[in-house]
Design a protein around this ligand. Structure first.
Ligand code: CMC
Length: 392
C-alpha cells in the first residue's frame, strides 16, 4: 500500500489551500480575508462579515442591501417543518434538534441541491443563513414549552433572532440594543476559524459531493462535542460547579494539574493558538462591558478571571502554552442575556454558519478538490484461519 504518514488528529497535515482565514497561532493573529479580527469586531457587523467570508470582499452598500433583502425573504420555515419540533422530546439538546432540522432542509428544498449549479448553491446559502436563526429559536421555544413565533422581517438579523427566542405572541418585545450589539459581536468572532473540526467535517462530507445542507448538518454535529463548540457549555458548567462548591479556584486548578479524573480547564488550550486567543481577549472585554451596562454582576465572571490569573502564572499552563480560548468568557455574556446553558453551543453554530458555507463553496469551486479519504496504519491481527463457532 506504499508509505503513509501517521498523523493523529491531523496535527501536521494540510488538506486544502484556502483564501478565507489566516491564523498565526504563535503570534495570536486572526484575519478574515486579510482583515484583522480586532478591526472587524470594532467596525463591522455580522452580516457584513458573512458577506465578506462567503463572497471574498467587503460589500458595497448596494450589495449588502441586496444580500440582507434576500435573507429576509427566506426566514420562514415550511409549515410542515414547524411540526418537526413537536416530535422531539422536550428535554432534547437544541444542538441535536438543530442538526436534524438542518439535515431536513434537503427534503424540503430538492430544487437547489446540485453542488455544481451556481444558482442552487446561492439559493441554499441564502436559505441556510435565513432559516438557521429561526430553527435555533424554535429549538429553544420547544424546550420551554412556549409557542413558536414567526419571523418578523422588519427587524435585523440578530434582533429578530432575539425576539423569536425571548418574545411571546401578542406582546411587544423590545430588543435590548446592548444584547443585540453583544450578540452581533460574538457572531463575528465565531464566524470562521479555518480548518477546525466542524469546518473540516463540512469539507470532508462535501468532498463526496453531498449537498450544502447535508454537509452543514454534519458540521453542526461535529461542533456539538465538548472539545469543540460544546466547550462553551462545559465552561459554564465548570464555573457553576466551582461556585456552588464554595469558589475554591486554587483547589480546582490543582485538580486539573494532577489530571484527577481527567479534569481539564475547559475554555483553555487550543490546537493552533500557543499564545492568547485574540478572540478571547475581545470576548473578555465584551463580558466586562456588557455586565456593567446591564448592571448584572456575575460571580462566575469573577471566578473565570481568577482562574485565568492563576493559570497564566502557573508552570503547568505556561509550559504547555495553554491560554483562554474563545469559549472561556462567552457564556457569561450569553447568560446575562437570558440564554440557558444548553443554547450556548447553538449560538456558536449561528456564528460559525457563514464560515462553513464559505469553506464549502471554496472546496466545491477548487479544481484541486478530491474526495477526502484519509489512510490508516493497520495494527490488527495478521492473516489467520476462520474458527467454526463450536470450537471457539
Ligand atoms: N486543561 C488542562 N490541560 C490541558 C488542557 C486543558 N484545557 N488542554 C491541553 N492540556 C494539556 C494536555 O493534558 C497535554 O498535557 P500532557 O502533555 O501532560 O498530556 C497538553 O496540554 C497538550 O494537550 P493536547 O490535548 O495534546 O492538545 P490538543 O492540541 O490536542 O488539544 C484542545 C486542544 C482544545 C482539545 C485542548 O486544549 C482541550 O481539551 N481544551 C479544553 C476544551 C476546550 O476548551 N475546547 C475549545 C477549543 S477553542 C474553540 C473551538 O475550537 O471549538
Amino acid at each position: 500500500t506504499g508509505h503513509v504518514a501517521l498523523d493523529h488528529g491531523f496535527m501536521n497535515t494540510a488538506a486544502c489551500e484556502s483564501k478565507i482565514t489566516f491564523i498565526d497561532g504563535d503570534e495570536g493573529i486572526l484575519r478574515y480575508r486579510g482583515y484583522p479580527i480586532e478591526e472587524l469586531a470594532e467596525k463591522s457587523t455580522f452580516l457584513e462579515v458573512s458577506y465578506l467570508l462567503i463572497y471574498g470582499e467587503l460589500p458595497t452598500a448596494a450589495q449588502q442591501a441586496e444580500f440582507n433583502g434576500k435573507l429576509r425573504m427566506h426566514t420562514l420555515l415550511h409549515e410542515e417543518m414547524r411540526r418537526f419540533f413537536d416530535g422531539f422530546p422536550r428535554d432534547a439538546h437544541p444542538m441535536a434538534v438543530l442538526s436534524s432540522a438542518v439535515s431536513a432542509l434537503s427534503t424540503f428544498y430538492q430544487d437547489s441541491l446540485d453542488p455544481f449549479d451556481r444558482d442552487h448553491v446561492e439559493m441554499s446559502t441564502v436559505r441556510l443563513m435565513a432559516k438557521v436563526p429561526t430553527i435555533a429559536s424554535y429549538a429553544h421555544k420547544k424546550s420551554i414549552g412556549q409557542p413558536l413565533l414567526y419571523p418578523d422581517n422588519r427587524l435585523g438579523y440578530v434582533e429578530d433572532f432575539l425576539r423569536m427566542t425571548f418574545g411571546v405572541p401578542a406582546q411587544e418585545y423590545e430588543v435590548d440594543p446592548v444584547h443585540a450589539k453583544a450578540l452581533d459581536l460574538l457572531f463575528i468572532l465565531h464566524a470562521d476559524h479555518e480548518q477546525n473540526c466542524s469546518t473540516s467535517t463540512v469539507r470532508l462530507v462535501g468532498s463526496s459531493q453531498a449537498n450544502l445542507f447535508a454537509s452543514v448538518s454534519a458540521g453542526v454535529n461535529a461542533l456539538f462535542g465538548p472539545l469543540h463548540g460544546g466547550a462553551n457549555q462545559s465552561v459554564q458548567e465548570m464555573l457553576s460547579e466551582i461556585h456552588r462548591t464554595g469558589g475554591d479556584v486554587e483547589a480546582f486548578v490543582r485538580k486539573v494539574k494532577n489530571k484527577e479524573d481527567g479534569v481539564r480547564l475547559m475554555g483553555f488550550g487550543h490546537r493552533v493558538y500557543k499564545n492568547y486567543d485574540p478572540r478571547a481577549a475581545l470576548v473578555k472585554k465584551a463580558a466586562q462591558d456588557v455586565l456593567a451596562k446591564l448592571h448584572k454582576p456575575d460571580p462566575l465572571l469573577d471566578i473565570a478571571m481568577r482562574l485565568e490569573e492563576i493559570a497564566l502564572a502557573d508552570e503547568y499552563f505556561v509550559s504547555r502554552k495553554l491560554y483562554p480560548n474563545v469559549d472561556f468568557y462567552t457564556g457569561v455574556i450569553y447568560k446575562a442575556m437570558g440564554f440557558p446553558t444548553k443554547m450556548f453551543t447553538v449560538l456558536f453554530a449561528l456564528g460559525r454558519l457563514p464560515g462553513w458555507i464559505a469553506q464549502w463553496r471554496e472546496m466545491i469551486e477548487d479544481p484541486a478538490t478530491k474526495l477526502g479519504r484519509p489512510r490508516q496504519v493497520y495494527v490488527g491481527a495478521s492473516r489467520r484461519p476462520y474458527t467454526p463457532i463450536e470450537s471457539r
